[in-house]
Design a protein around this ligand. Structure first.
Ligand SMILES: [Zn+2]
Ligand SMILES: [Zn+2]
Length: 549
């Protein structure tokens, strides 16, 4: 393809730069105003009760691309984790472009589209492993790597202005157990042929050494499960198919039959089998059948490793599960890491289980997990293979991305650039630079409604949670005089504060003769808040309404 002098190659992350979650990287090619775009990954970030009360998932604000929808050629998914594909069914109606993914990933995307009622509208195009596709000025090659889910891919994105290697999430696992090992030949060849930029996973840029192989966890789990006597429940990410397989093999080796507990567990095992994985996975029992087995003959594979309130393991720990109960002599193994921010709810779950007399084993005290992301030695290896002119750390908080950039510089990468969501980075040898700042931010899925975080709902709810609410209705006559006693509603406010607020407001309106109604409204609001603060030390959300008789 011929290039014009004005052509530029740009990277615009709208999610995942400065945070771990909601990955969304747009690559643009062409002169300003006429660029064609592809989107690599379209994921969600999970809400937290403390910061975004009532919001389950968040996704990037893609209004910049929405305005250029005609020029967005495709969404290309690197792998099937929620932080990479979880927003496709929410954001596709805005972009309306085809979606490309390898078979396992495509299967899971299709399931989401089905549930969203979009299955017939969206073209999900299945790309074979090692496949190639051409999208306008972009030629994309899928390169098999290893991670903690089947079919992770790096993308080699060839353009007339150079090649970008977008790693997606990866580690170097010589024995991933499910799927292929890292295609080191392809990575080496890319490096030999010359790579302009490496856009790379930063999750574990602060972790020394290597992440370790899944195969070592398989052996450790088998040994550990062999020592256990009562019922055993193992919780892991349902998408970690190799881990599920390891647990199943350990169960079989020690005479236990397995039951899958939780919707995601069943869905992921089904998707893996449908796309050719888990061929020798044992037959699974349903929960009722498992309940009839002697304790030392059963193993439950459960969702809920992060302490999610609605997941199977939390329901078991709360004694709310219909078919499963655990108690003294039983063991729960957390074969997963603690995602930062989930500590409190995970430890609360540990405590509940301990309260039932269940022994809790986790990665804190036993070798039952390895990370799916590259530690520093693996990052260094990737830089030795690819030898890019520009390093662009993504998929990390700022502290991870900065450490990653320093590591890249120490490995003689000429330029390492940390960028934020909404920064448009022009990729050019020796002079990669941010040339624009586009609108960016988050959109919350609030109940069933998508709401911009800018609407301030989370802030409003946090205020309500902190200090409750006062609503006061003042009754005026046609001349603007107070015509009746005010009505108060106070929610979430301690009883002794109520009287203080009432007294202060009543005193104020007794002094009011007639006249400026807006001023009265504002005065009453301030007086009520002030009285609450004096009596309580907190200022509730306060609303005053006027009605006329
Ligand atoms: Zn991932
Ligand atoms: Zn990820």
């Amino acid at each position: 393809m011929a290039t014009s002098r004005d052509d530029e190659l740009v990277l615009l992350p709208l999610g995942g730069a400065g945070e771990i979650g909601m990955n969304f990287n747009a690559y643009g090619f062409g002169p300003e105003g006429e660029r064609k775009w592809i989107v690599v990954d379209c994921g969600v970030l999970f809400g937290r009760e403390e910061t975004t009360p009532g919001v389950d998932v968040m996704m990037p604000d893609i209004s910049y691309l929405a305005e250029r929808r005609e020029d967005v050629l495709a969404i290309v998914a690197t792998h099937a984790h929620e932080d990479h594909i979880g927003a496709i069914h929410y954001l596709w109606p805005t972009l309306r472009c085809p979606v490309y993914a390898t078979p396992f990933t495509a299967k899971l995307i299709e399931g989401k589209l089905e549930e969203a009622g979009l299955r017939d509208k969206v073209r999900v195009k299945v790309v074979p492993l090692h496949g190639k596709l051409t999208l306008g000025p972009f030629e994309i090659e899928f390169v098999s790597i290893t991670h903690s889910i089947p079919e992770p891919n790096a993308l080699a994105i060839r353009t007339p202005l150079g090649v970008v290697v977008h790693t997606g999430d990866w580690k170097i696992d010589p024995e991933p157990l499910v799927g292929e090992a890292t295609d080191t030949n392809a990575l080496r060849k890319l490096g030999d042929d010359g790579v302009l930029a490496l856009v790379c996973d930063s999750t574990n840029a602060l972790v020394a050494g290597e992440s370790g192989s899944e195969s070592t966890v398989r052996k450790a789990l088998a040994d550990l499960i062999g020592t256990l006597k009562g019922r055993v429940a193992v919780t892991a990410f349902a998408s970690n198919i190799a881990r599920l397989d390891s647990v199943a093999k350990a169960a079989r080796a020690h005479g236990r039959q397995i039951a899958l507990v939780g919707r995601a567990m069943k869905r992921l095992v089904e998707a893996a089998r449908a796309t050719g994985y888990l061929a020798d996975f044992p037959a699974v029992l349903d929960e009722e059948e498992a309940a009839d087995l002697p304790p030392h003959r059963v193993l439950y594979l459960c969702t809920g490793s992060q302490g999610e309130s609605r997941a199977a393991l939390t329901r078991i720990a709360n004694g709310e599960h219909r078919n499963i109960s655990l108690g003294p002599g039983d063991t729960v193994i957390f074969s997963s890491r603690i995602i930062p921010g989930n500590e409190l709810q995970i430890f609360a779950l540990h405590n509940k289980l301990a309260g039932l007399g269940v022994e809790v084993l986790s990665a804190e005290d036993h070798f039952v997990h390895v990370s799916g992301h590259p530690a520093r030695d693996e990052l260094a290896q990737m830089y030795r293979w690819i030898r890019p002119k520009i390093a662009v750390p993504v998929h990390g908080e700022l502290r991870h991305m900065s450490a990653h950039a320093r590591l890249a510089r120490s490995l003689q990468v000429p330029q390492a650039v940390t960028i934020e969501n909404g920064h448009m980075l022009r990729l050019a040898p020796g002079k990669a630079q941010v040339i624009d700042e586009t609108p960016s931010g988050r959109v919350h899925l609030d109940g069933q409604v998508l709401v911009s975080e800018g609407a301030g709902l989370s802030r409003a709810r946090r205020s309500l949670a902190y200090a409750g609410m006062i609503a006061i209705t003042l009754v005026l006559d046609a001349k603007g005089r107070v015509a009746a006693d005010p009505a108060f509603v106070m929610e979430g406010i301690p009883e002794p504060v109520h009287a203080a607020v009432r007294d202060a407001v009543e005193l104020t309106i007794r002094k009011h003769k007639h006249g400026d109604e807006d001023a009265l409204k504002e005065t009453v609001r301030r007086v009520a808040r002030g009285a609450a603060e004096n009596a309580w030390g907190k200022k509730p959300v306060t609303r005053v309404e006027l009605v006329w008789v």
